[in-house]
Design a protein around this ligand. Structure first.
Ligand SMILES: [Zn+2]
Ligand SMILES: [Zn+2]
Length: 326
């Protein structure tokens, strides 16, 4: 079968044996997989030593091809999935830092999302795999994992889906696909959602979706999805005294200065959010399947053979979000 691999810093399509179902779990025939910003970061920071362990692609939608499980899934089910699950038992899980759990970090799909077939284990089926509404297009189903990452960030900021959050406002800085998704997640939580990007094109796309920037407002929470260390200055400008800044992306160059006194005197909370828990994935499936969050038309489509082009186009900001049809 075809599978993508990073070789000498370049994305290449190689031939691999189809995975064998040698434990409880399932073999999934991949229909498509979204290209995540984190895949791009892995590619940029790869070297000869690290590239052999890099798993490219995790925003998978597929059909169950073989199954050996006590779960309700059956052959032919169309599913979307996340790639990591926690143990619920360790010192990290006890603090609800599920994405720091060592089981979480080591669990993964095999061999990678950009493959014709993948193997998932019984815990994936239990915690990360969801049947998806037939009315959604496959590229929309593939937003299960990225949307769940945003949901996690919204929850880390203290918003609970069970509460009325409509008195609270949030600003998202950086309106690429994940920033726009953050705005949609905030709206699903009924938080007043505003967005800002230095790119007029991205700003326009957000405005078309009903999100704007109120320059005179201070925001209860500011989400950083820009991947640029300067964005923290914009966050400090717009966050309300006593408010929260949620760090949601890596940056190329960490700023040297740490705004100790500003954070202290303004009693700001700096929170980060990295990767979703099973609960976030469950809520993401609900938001997509019940069309509470609409991700129609966000993706540009490529074939697996053209994955390298999708990577280039993403690096060069030619597209908003790449979806690879497998
Ligand atoms: Zn991702
Ligand atoms: Zn754990």
């Amino acid at each position: 079968m075809k599978s993508a691999k990073l070789i000498d810093g370049k994305v290449q399509i190689i031939n691999l044996e189809k995975p064998i179902l040698d434990e409880k779990g399932a073999i999934i025939k991949v229909l498509g997989c979204g290209l995540c910003g984190s895949d791009l970061v892995k590619i940029i920071h790869s070297n000869k030593q690290t590239e052999k362990n890099i798993v490219l692609g995790h925003e998978v939608v597929g059909v169950i091809d073989e199954i050996n499980s006590i779960s309700d899934f059956k052959k032919g089910d169309v599913v979307a999935l996340g790639h990591h699950y926690p143990c619920f038992n360790c010192e990290y899980c006890k603090n609800q830092s599920y994405s720091m759990c060592r089981t979480f970090k080591h669990s993964n799909i095999f061999p990678s999302g950009f493959s014709e077939y993948i193997k998932v284990d019984e815990n994936h089926l239990k915690y990360t795999v969801y049947k998806m509404n037939d009315e959604l297009k496959n590229d929309e189903k593939a937003f299960l994992e990225p949307l769940s990452c945003c949901i996690r960030a919204v929850r880390r900021a203290g918003f609970d889906i069970k509460n009325d959050n409509s008195d609270f406002s949030a600003l998202t800085i950086g309106l690429g696909s994940i920033g726009l998704l953050m705005l949609k997640a905030l709206r699903a939580f009924k938080v007043q959602a505003f967005g800002f990007d230095i790119s007029p094109d991205r700003m326009k796309k957000a405005i078309d979706d009903g999100f704007s920037l109120d320059e005179n407002k201070k925001y209860d929470a500011v989400f950083l999805t820009a991947g640029n260390s300067k964005a923290i200055e914009t966050a400090l400008k717009y966050v309300i005294d006593g408010g929260k800044i949620i760090v949601f992306s890596s940056v190329e160059d960490d700023l040297k200065g740490f705004s100790n006194n500003e954070i202290y005197y303004r009693e700001l909370s700096i929170i980060s959010s990295y990767s979703p828990s099973p609960y976030d994935i469950e809520l993401s499936a609900k938001f997509l399947n019940e069309k509470i969050v609409n991700v129609k038309g966000l993706s540009s489509h490529y074939t697996l053979d053209n994955l390298a082009k999708a990577v280039d186009d993403s690096f060069n900001n030619k597209i908003f979000k790449a979806y690879i049809e497998v």
